[in-house]
Design a protein. Structure first.
Lengths: 424, 170
């Protein structure tokens, strides 16, 4: 039994598709307990029983369209006109624009590709050091995970609901706001402080440029208003908001602004749905593996085991942070959510941790994981995009990593930050 | 491989890719259209067709499965691949062959059991969307797994060829 488990882990780290590893372990688990293996298909079919899943393909599609359109340029221009005049202006522009963009496109590295390419040269031009600029752009790639309507937040809600916790996605969206702002504020503050001797010529605030920037973005501005307004006011369900986003972006980018020719659409659909298929297949197969693990009492036994060594919630949270940090460095955020949340959620509940708070901790930790070697995804995307060795990229992100680490600690040990707005 | 067989595979791939892209676009367009219609209906009359919700959910399953097939086209499935970075190239190539074979095996098993599930639903006469038989909608699962298995068989063959070339690397 241990032998097969080890073999599967070995195959996973050797680069076998994760869905195959999960599929194999689930089938093997069920077959040892003499359950008919068609149960795997029955569980997979549950993908067609969760209305909220509609949000995943639609938001992903909208995100891919946005990143291939002129929206990144326009976003940078508007943000620059708005706050570029402040000290450390462009650094803050980068943080704000990236956070906003990531919230809307999910965290699949598109932010570094789409926005980093614009911001990195601009930062260098404004006199920021190469290391600072690289670090900033790499870090910003995963900023915004905690803001609605980010895909990881939605996915956490889905997985937690499947694991039996009462977690509404609307409440998650609200809970993420303050912790997300904390990250933005501290990173922004650090950027300003570290560049205080760097006499970057301050840009003047220009009403005319702002007006011009807004005019160019006239079609983009309603999108966040409709989506966020719709979700927060309760007018749209999350899946409806996803539909509206996808249709709106499609119409604006393809038919009104004509930035993406119609003939390029199949390629974008193929790319975005490939990602969706990859995530959903893992999700569907782990629905089966979760069922198996719950039948076999794995979460309960795991909780019992941890309980023997860990008595206080604080110690549990500390261990959780360490565990998630390592996890985030090895697994991408979607697989990590799908595979690990069903296991740690019952434990966290046992220690009296609010499931919504757990979600925020989880995502904040994962965000750090993007910057953690050896496999932190942002490091690689950035290295590839800016043609720099991974070691250089890694060194440049260290100060940002430390700031974010401090945020994660605050978020973890101060539940009220996440729960205050939802009255928890 | 002889010339005509190779041409056949190239053509088959092109045809398959085109079918895949068309199907994905159709599914997504249907989803967008139906989703919009539902919102409009809710605002105008306060209701929508009884079958809209169910049909949208089936579309999600189809998009997921066809999307998974699409991801296998360029070997873009989510992997951890920790080991590959540290292995010498030759060993990495051999490991890659094992991984390909493993994936083919798992996909075939999944296809077999999903196929049995669809067959049982057929025998049982399950229905959805009012009175339509459920099994054709569910059949996307085994079919997708068979195609993914086929793709990884091709990867296996490709990697085997590379291994045979002296000094070839992945």
């Amino acid at each position: 039994m241990i032998f097969i488990g080890l073999l599967l882990i070995l195959l996973a780290v050797a680069g076998a598709p994760l869905f195959a590893v999960i599929g194999a372990s689930t089938m093997w688990g069920f077959s040892t307990s003499d359950v008919d293996l068609s149960v795997v298909a029955i569980e997979l079919y549950r993908i067609a029983e969760m209305p909220i899943l509609l949000a995943i393909p639609l938001f992903t599609f909208a995100g891919y369209l946005l990143s291939e359109s002129g929206a990144p340029q326009r976003l940078v221009r508007v943000t620059r006109a708005l706050i570029g005049w402040m000290p450390g202006g462009l650094a803050i522009v980068a943080l704000a624009a990236c956070a906003f963009f990531t919230a809307f496109t999910g965290a699949s590295g598109v932010t570094i590709i789409a926005l980093g390419a614009l911001l990195y040269p601009a930062l260098l031009e404004d006199g920021y050091s190469e290391s600072f600029s690289l670090g900033l752009v790499t870090t910003s790639g995963s900023l915004g995970l905690l803001f609605a309507p980010s895909l990881p937040l939605i996915l956490y809600g889905i997985v937690a609901q499947q694991a039996g916790a009462d977690v509404s996605i609307d409440r998650l969206f609200i809970a993420g706001a303050l912790p997300g702002l904390l990250m933005l504020l501290l990173l922004g503050g650090w950027s300003v402080w570290t560049n205080r001797h760097n006499r970057v010529p301050l840009a003047n605030f220009s009403g005319r440029e702002l007006l011009a920037a807004l005019r160019v973005s006239i079609w983009d501005i309603p999108l966040p208003l409709i989506v966020l307004g719709g979700i927060y006011s309760g007018y749209f369900a999350v899946s409806e908001a996803a539909t509206v986003t996808a249709v709106y972006v499609l119409v604006v980018v393809v038919f009104i602004l004509r930035e993406i020719p119609l003939r390029d659409l199949p390629g974008i659909v193929h790319k975005s749905m490939g990602l969706v298929g990859g995530i959903m297949l893992i999700l569907g197969l782990s629905l089966a593996s979760t069922t198996y693990m719950i039948d076999a009492g794995v979460p309960t036994r795991l909780f019992g085991f941890v309980r023997e060594y860990v008595s206080s919630p604080l110690t549990f949270l500390l261990l959780l942070n360490l565990f998630l940090l390592v996890l985030g460095a090895i697994l991408d955020i979607f697989s990590a959510l799908i595979l690990v949340v069903p296991l740690i959620l019952p434990m966290a509940l046992g220690f009296g941790i609010d499931p919504i708070h757990l979600g925020i901790i989880f995502l904040a930790n994962m965000q750090l994981g993007y910057l953690t070697p050896p496999v932190g995804l942002n490091l690689f995307i950035s290295g590839y995009r800016f043609d720099k060795p991974i070691a250089t990229i890694y060194r440049s992100t260290v100060p940002f990593f430390l700031v974010l680490l401090f945020c994660v600690v605050v978020i973890t040990y101060w539940p009220a930050l996440s729960l205050w707005l939802i009255g928890g | 491989m002889n010339q005509s067989l190779q041409t056949f595979f190239v053509r088959l791939r092109r045809f398959g890719c085109r079918c895949e892209d068309t199907l994905l676009c159709l599914l997504l367009a249907l989803m967008l259209g139906l989703g919009t219609l539902q919102i409009v209906q809710r605002n105008l009359s306060g209701g929508s067709f009884v079958w809209t919700d169910e049909f949208l959910r089936i579309l999600v399953l189809w998009l997921a499965m066809v999307g998974a097939v699409a991801a296998s086209r360029d070997d873009r499935h989510i992997v951890i691949d920790l080991l590959g970075r540290f292995l010498p190239p030759r060993t990495a190539q051999v490991v890659r062959l094992v991984v390909d074979l493993f994936t083919v095996g798992v996909c075939l098993l999944l296809a077999w059991h999903a196929g049995r599930f669809v067959w049982m639903e057929h025998e049982y006469g399950s229905q959805l969307l009012g009175s339509l038989p459920a099994w054709p909608f569910q059949a996307v699962m085994p079919v997708a797994f068979v195609i993914i298995a086929y793709r990884y068989t091709l990867f296996f063959y490709k990697h085997l060829q590379q291994l045979r070339q002296p000094g070839g690397s992945l």
